[in-house]
Design a protein around this ligand. Structure first.
Ligand SMILES: [Zn+2]
Length: 434
């Protein structure tokens, strides 16, 4: 049942009175309950921060474009990190770069014993020589990485700046984190390091990834990324014909593997994503390699899929060896490397972080569905720390493609949703106002 507008107004007024009472005693979360969105928005400073986004849309858009135009392939995020460092320093945070390249800006709470993190990953899937020039047409921007994670990074600095300009002091300390190594073979190394460093004090992690307001990732999708490498003697395509060929073996094994049946429920997927090998069309190759991404809602299915890959490659190498008519020049060798492993995990249904997000959605008149995905939130979720991944507002599409786009119209809704969820998790120290 919906509350009437009247009683909602009363409770806003009441909580407004509570929040403006002349205390600044840091009592984080009495009764272990975070402040509700209406309690938060009764605070005049929070309202200033909420309004800040409207008035600064073009600044946020411009920063997003500027950051997106700094190439940041995974493992080469330093230049973009330096730009974020400048932006976070400009809003009064204590900023430092950790030893693997994460930029961390600290906003001290009234208590330093507990912390919450707002994060956005710095890296993109695009190689350093990709043209990342942003093409703008009205509020639409097109460029590789503009949404994933230009939108998240722009939101990270916008929320930090809104909180700064509104002079909000949180109860729990807030760490604004621009982290490295989220994509591909980065294997979430940035978030792993941050969670490692703050684990004891960390109460919640909010990950900003991409655009939109229609979802909240509360379940971490487990994945494993494997690389198959097959090597052989190599030789001339004509004179050495008949020696075992690593590419043939890889194809034989791959065809077996893609005939593996995977369940629709629990959803389990595989992708042969990258293939390489050989030196020329008229050489029997020395090597062939293949990168495979395996994912499942269920860890047991994931392990089963990994062993299927191993069995299929074993069989492919055996088939090729048996088919070879000349084994005198050498044999095939192969190995399977684990490139990355992302642990699974799930946010408990009664988590205060989730109820904070739900309250923000309700306050803003937004609806969102829960999702399972592979994001930086996998790391805190896998060790039992409350975490969600959400979009940064606006709309976007074509993630991981050269046609990636972002539309900033309406992004304020997403930014307010992030701000309210963050302050719900951190708490706000009520100002002495009278
Ligand atoms: Zn992303």
């Amino acid at each position: 049942m919906k509350r009437s507008a009247d009683s909602a107004l009363k409770s806003v007024l009441l909580s407004g009175i509570l929040l403006t009472m002349p205390t600044r005693t840091p009592v984080p979360f009495p009764g272990n309950r975070p402040p509700s969105s209406s309690q938060l928005t009764a605070n005049p400073q929070v309202r200033v921060a909420l309004d800040w986004f409207d008035a600064h849309r073009s600044w946020i858009d411009d920063e997003q474009a500027r950051l997106t135009e700094i190439p940041a392939p995974t493992f080469q995020e330093a230049e973009r990190a330096a730009a974020i460092r400048v932006l976070l320093s400009a809003v009064g945070l204590e900023v430092f770069t950790d030893k693997i390249g994460n930029v961390i800006g600290l906003l001290r709470g009234s208590s330093d014993k507990e912390m919450v993190i707002l994060s956005a990953h710095l890296d993109t899937v695009f190689p350093a020589d990709t043209d990342v020039k942003v093409h703008r047409e009205k509020s639409r921007m097109t460029a590789p990485g503009i949404s994933d994670n230009g939108a998240g990074l722009a939101a990270l600095v916008a929320v930090a700046r809104a909180i700064h300009e509104a002079r909000i002091q949180p109860q729990r300390s807030i760490l604004f984190v621009a982290d490295v190594g989220e994509e591909g073979e980065g294997n979430l190394r940035g978030m792993r390091a941050v969670v490692d460093a703050y684990r004891d004090r960390l109460k919640a992690v909010i990950v900003l990834d991409g655009s939109s307001v229609d979802h909240v990732t509360t379940k971490a999708l487990a994945s494993r990324r494997m690389e198959v490498i097959i090597t052989g003697p190599g030789g001339h395509s004509w004179s050495d014909f008949g020696i075992p060929n690593p590419i043939n073996a890889l194809i034989r094994g791959s065809v077996r593997f893609i005939n593996t049946r995977v369940p629709a429920n629990p959803r389990t997927t595989y992708n042969l994503g990258q293939i390489a090998g050989g030196t020329s069309v008229n050489s029997v190759p020395h090597d062939a390699s293949l990168k495979v991404d395996l994912r499942s809602e269920n860890e047991d299915e994931l392990l089963r899929l990994e062993s299927a890959l191993r069995d299929c490659i074993t069989a492919g190498v055996r088939d090729e060896t048996e088919a070879a008519r000349d084994r005198s020049k050498g044999k095939l060798d192969w190995k399977l490397n684990l490139l990355g492993s992302r642990p699974g995990g799930e946010l408990p249904a009664n988590s205060t972080l989730l109820s904070g997000l739900r309250a923000a959605d309700e306050f803003l008149g937004n609806e969102s569905r829960q999702e399972r995905a592979s994001t930086d939130a996998n790391i805190p979720l896998s060790v039992g720390i409350d975490a969600i991944a959400i979009g940064a507002g606006g709309n976007g599409g074509g993630a991981h493609s050269l046609q990636e786009w972002y539309e900033s119209a309406g992004r304020e809704l997403g930014l307010r949703r992030v701000l309210l969820t963050l302050l719900g998790a951190s708490g706000v120290v009520a100002e002495k106002t009278r």
